[in-house]
Design a protein around this ligand. Structure first.
Ligand code: DGJ
Length: 797
């Protein structure tokens, strides 16, 4: 739009001290000189009006729709704004205070007299007219914790007397390791705020980048480190940024831990003095910790009450989130690539861009915080956001056949799956190279001629003729030592020369950071997708790193592997998506080991766990949905007794558990009886009628499997017309009835029809009731015994 400014004696101050910046306007501050033409002023004012109307309409959209001509003028302006409007930004030139507003959140940062960039506020939306004083240096605590250590830095270099977690630590070629970053300038435009900092003497520039999602108030942060020193330097620690919470002593940290087949365990612990480190040192995300956190006040008991600050990293390599309470009881959360065994050589003139660190706030508890994350993922992060495709019902052959795949066997399963209403048939591991079990074949991506003498085409054609899409399993980053690829290129794996190589599942990790490995994977994957009509790739990754050496490059660059591997992984996904836009991807990683906002930006769904026991899944799925949307959470109905716990569960229970996410079937259909087919067919049809609500709606966790004998979830569709409730009873005891279900998220004044879609509502339950009744009087369901399940819908009249 052409408003450009350089601040300090800024002409905008002539009008008012605060500048509201809209998308397209561009401001460059510090030594300010506004070139404001009449047109600029007009566009500035127009921007203010547009913003006000956008704000107004967001709050009163329903009223506006009946406002007649005046209303429709505003509505047009606001719908335009709603489609394109970035978050609102204010910049107080004199005080050097930057303010970002989105959703119900306000984030304010400022530059103090020392040139340090501080967090001033992160929390519930404040009136736009609110005044913020300029940032001030912190007081410190005696001589032991000087101000530099207690100042709530947005981003701090390791230098001076800094004792808290630094965001950036650099070693220069002369051995100097002191880095003191000070504010230089800023840019505001296109919904982005960029703040440039520089070391006090060396030509090291760091640009802090901020972009706020206007709908949810989720802020995306990242930092770019630029080397203008004329010589290379080594980054030894680098974060995307630090989140500072308001001072407090009663904080509680939520995070997830896990292990294979036992992922997504929710943990809660008080935030005490000192540091809690969540991390992966495994080369990739890992299921032992997930790069996500929430912090609320310990006294809050209800899912939908109280302040919550949350964040998640968009990074699929080794990562770290450090939660630290400092000497002044301030809580800071610093996250980015893990500094353990890490370094990155930045050559002269080069830049290093950190991954994104997303952060948000809700004043309505962890339930709402999860819903904000879900909405953000669906509307802004997933491929094809804001309209990612609903997940098709899929069938996967893994648990039925394991590695014993061949054309007749897969055709037989596909024929049966098609009768159920399955929309996508996926052939899993075992179709390539000399793959009979997990000892051989990985790396050799040609179709096994004994199993598929005529290639994949006959099977793919058959699947298509049955009205389904075809999907295929791959594991591109791995190699079995017993493979042609390894025999030809033993140097392609991660390794330290002359040292043993630790195998996991009889496989080694290819060093994807190497240009030749990167090119090899690109080449065979592209060929596979070009030659075959494949709608879906299940991208697996079944072990973590060991001996993470890269002997082929100079010593000073060998640790670049931690970043370059992940960047190349992303690059392959990006290139494949561009070249094969009709192919979808799943991030699998043995279940749950590579689920993060980085990979989710490039994949359409994720596999949360290899554990398909429908009761264990209640815990797994609950933990998963704290951070990630059910719209990408694949859940299969598999055989009973289940292979994990040998637990026997009814087919209804298994279906209802899987229908809480994105439904798949992974049972051996060859063993099913006619009544199983009948039940499954009906469940699949039912699921298709509720999947939009489950995958896109607002999720309420009404009863947690961690807290008693019952699990209940409710999803309310975006348009409010449908709600779906799933109820699971683990075990009846002492003749107690199932706890009453109090619904949430309904319109008090609307009337809803109740309908059991599986199992029974209690006798006497009204056929219809108001939202107020359903949320306050509640609903009783008829569940008794062990491992019982039912589900019902509410349809708004
Ligand atoms: C692990 C995955 O999570 C399973 O679903 C299956 O694809 C196997 N790998 C195949 O090896």
């Amino acid at each position: 739009m052409g408003v450009s400014c350089h601040a300090t004696d800024c002409m905008a101050n002539y009008f008012f001290n605060k500048i509201v910046v809209n998308g397209g306007m561009f401001c460059e501050a510090q030594h300010c000189f506004w070139k404001v033409s009449i047109m600029n002023v007009i566009s500035l004012l127009a921007g203010v009006v547009l913003k006000l109307s956008y704000h107004f309409v967001q709050k009163s959209l329903i009223r506006l729709s009946v406002l007649g001509i005046f209303g429709s003028v505003l509505l047009t302006a606001s719908s335009l704004a709603a489609q394109t409007a970035p978050a609102r930004m204010h910049f107080d030139v004199d005080a050097k205070v930057f303010r970002l507003d989105g959703g119900d959140v306000t984030y304010v940062l400022g530059v103090n007299g020392e040139g340090q960039v501080q967090t001033l506020y992160w929390g519930k939306h404040l009136p736009e007219a609110e005044h913020f004083d300029a940032a001030r240096p912190s007081q410190g605590n005696a001589s032991f914790d000087p101000p530099v250590t207690t100042t709530p830095h947005e981003y701090v270099g390791w230098g001076g007397a800094l004792y808290v977690q630094p965001d950036l630590k650099i070693t220069f070629p002369d051995g100097n390791r002191d880095l003191v970053l000070k504010y230089v300038s800023n840019k505001v435009g296109d919904g982005e705020l960029a703040i440039m900092m520089k070391d006090i003497s060396r030509e090291v520039y760091v640009t802090l980048q901020y972009q706020m999602d206007p709908e949810t108030g989720i802020l995306r942060r990242s930092a770019e480190v630029e080397n203008r020193t004329g010589a290379p330097f080594t980054i030894e620690q680098v974060a995307s940024g630090t989140w500072n919470l308001p001072r407090g002593t009663d904080y509680r940290l939520h995070y997830v831990t896990g292990r294979w087949a036992g992922e997504w365990h929710l943990q809660e612990q008080p935030v005490h003095g000192g540091m809690t480190v969540l991390e992966s040192r495994r080369g990739t995300t890992g299921s032992q910790n997930n790069p996500w956190f929430m912090i609320d006040h310990a006294i809050t008991k209800d899912q939908d009450e109280g302040s919550v600050w949350f964040g998640a990293l968009g990074w699929s390599g080794s990562w770290q989130i450090a939660v630290e309470q400092d000497a002044l009881q301030q809580v800071r959360v610093t996250g980015g690539p893990n500094a353990f065994d890490f370094s990155y050589l930045v050559k002269k003139g080069d830049r290093f861009q950190t991954p994104y660190f997303y952060g948000g706030y809700s004043s309505h508890g962890v339930g709402d915080a999860s819903r904000l994350l879900h909405r953000f993922e669906v509307d802004s992060l997933l491929p094809h956001a804001p309209t990612p495709k609903l997940r098709p019902v899929l069938y996967n052959s893994w648990e039925a056949t394991e590695f014993r795949v061949d054309e007749p066997g897969q055709v037989a399963l596909a024929e049966k799956a098609a009768t159920l209403g399955v929309e996508r048939f996926v052939m899993d591991d075992g179709w390539f190279g000399q793959r009979k079990d997990d000892h051989a074949g990985l790396g050799d991506w040609y179709v096994n001629p004994q199993k598929f003498p005529n290639g994949l085409k006959p099977l793919i054609n058959k699947v298509h003729s049955l009205g389904m899409e075809f999907g295929l399993w791959v594991e591109p980053e791995m190699v079995n030592p017993d493979s042609d690829l390894y025999r030809k290129h033993p140097d392609w794996v991660l390794n330290f020369s002359g040292r043993p190589q630790t195998e996991g599942r009889n496989q080694l990790v290819l060093n994807l950071a190497r240009p030749d490995v990167h090119a090899y994977v690109l080449q065979w994957l592209d060929k596979l997708l070009t030659e075959n009509d494949i709608s879906f790739i299940k991208w697996d990754y079944n072990r973590n790193w060991a001996e993470p050496g890269w002997p082929a490059v100079p010593v000073g660059e060998q640790k670049n592997v931690y970043v370059d591997f992940t960047r190349n992984f992303y690059d392959i996904l990006e290139q494949m998506r561009k070249k094969h836009p009709n192919t979808e991807f799943e991030s699998c990683s043995g279940g749950g080991s590579r689920v993060d906002l980085g990979v989710m930006h490039l994949t359409d769904e994720v596999w949360p766990s290899d554990n398909t026991d429908a009761y264990d899944r209640q815990f797994i799925q609950e933990g998963f949905t704290y951070a990630y949307t059910p719209g990408v959470m694949m859940a299969w109905v598999t055989d009973s007794p289940n292979w994990v716990n040998h637990r026997t569960l009814s087919l209804d229970y298994r279906f209802l558990s899987a229908m809480q996410g994105s439904l798949g079937i992974g049972a051996n259909l060859n063993n099913w009886k006619p009544e199983d087919f009948a039940t499954a067919k009906q469940m699949v049809a039912t699921y298709k009628g509720i999947r939009e609500t489950v995958q896109r709606g607002s999720l309420y966790r009404l009863m947690s499997p961690r807290e008693g004998e019952a699990t209940v979830t409710e999803s309310v569709s975006r348009d409010g017309k449908q709600a779906v409730t799933f109820a699971f009873l683990h075990s009846s005891t002492q003749n107690y009835p199932f706890p009453r279900i109090y619904l949430r998220g309904l319109d008090e004044n609307a009337v809803y029809d109740l309908k059991a879609i599986s199992g029974k509502l209690s006798p006497g339950t009204p056929a219809f009731a108001s939202g107020a009744y359903l949320m306050n009087f509640g609903v009783d369901v008829d569940l008794r015994g062990d491992f019982q399940a039912m589900a019902f819908t509410l349809s708004r009249r």
